[in-house]
Structures are given as C-alpha cells and as structure tokens.
Design a protein around this ligand. Structure first.
Ligand code: THU
Length: 137
C-alpha cells in the first residue's frame, strides 16, 4: 500500500487526467476524473457528467465503473480518483457503495492530485461494515 505523497500508477493517473479534462461540470465547476483497472488488466475511465436537473448528475467513478462492466470486467483491481487543487477528493457515499459491488475490502482506492501525489486507502477504510452482494445469497 502506498503512503501519502508517493506516486501512483502512471497509467491510471494519465487516464484519470484525460477523463477529468472531459468532465461536464458547468454547474459545480468541479471536474473529476476516475480510472479503474479491471481484474483483466484493462483500464476504464469516467468523468462527472452534470445535468441542469442537478440530482441527475453522475459522478466520475460511476461512469468508470459502468465502462468497466460494459467492457467485460467484473472486478476492480484498483481505482484512482482525481480532482483539481490540493484537497484530495474521496468518493461520495453512493460511489463507495458502487465500488463495493465490484471490489474486495483490501482493494486500493487512490485519491490523487494532478501532480501525482495523494493517498491510497482501502475500500474497507472508506466503507466499513458494508452491505454487499454476499448478503443476498
Ligand atoms: N464528484 C465526482 O464525480 N466524484 C467524487 O468523488 C466527488 C464528487 C462530482 C459530482 C459533481 O459533479 C461534482 O463533483 C461536485 O460535487
């Protein structure tokens, strides 16, 4: 597990930056990019897509996870979330649950800055005592 301020996987960071540049965030002006590495090794990206009807907006992580599922992967090996500025952005509650669906407790969630610094936490840290697919079996 990486410590604070260490560099993140370059391919994930590069994709998240590309995604962030494509964010549609005219209302919040808060552009976010996300990149997922599927278990297969394939990468998937997403950006936030807002809407004039505010609650309809979609987070970057949700887009990246949808792309992953559509791309044929069903497990998140690691995920990186990137916003601008110095403040690290960690996934909202709904996105933590979305990640939970396709990840393991120890799956790394990289919270990155454009410069490449940031912090890596586990999904379990973000969403302890979570509800998941196993509960429905
Ligand atoms: N947002 C994300 O895309 N991911 C996050 O982890 C936090 C928030 C988006 C939603 C909205 O478009 C904007 O950032 C401001 O909340």
């Amino acid at each position: 597990m990486k410590k604070a301020n260490e560099a993140f996987p370059a391919d994930l960071l590069k994709l998240a930056k590309k995604m962030r540049a494509r964010a549609y965030a005219p209302y919040s002006k808060f552009a976010v990019g996300a990149a997922v590495r599927g278990k297969s090794g394939k990468l998937y990206g997403g950006c936030n897509v807002e809407n004039a009807a505010y609650p309809v907006g979609i987070c970057a992580e949700a887009g990246a996870i949808s792309a992953m599922v559509a791309g044929g992967d069903s497990e998140i090996a690691e995920i990186l979330v990137l916003a601008g500025g110095d403040e690290l952005v960690s996934p909202c509650g709904a996105c933590r649950q979305r990640i939970r669906e396709f990840a393991k407790p120890k799956t790394p969630v990289h919270l990155a800055r454009e410069a490449g610094s940031g912090e890596t936490v586990t999904l379990k840290k973000l969403l302890p005592m979570s509800f998941g697919p196993g509960h429905l079996k």
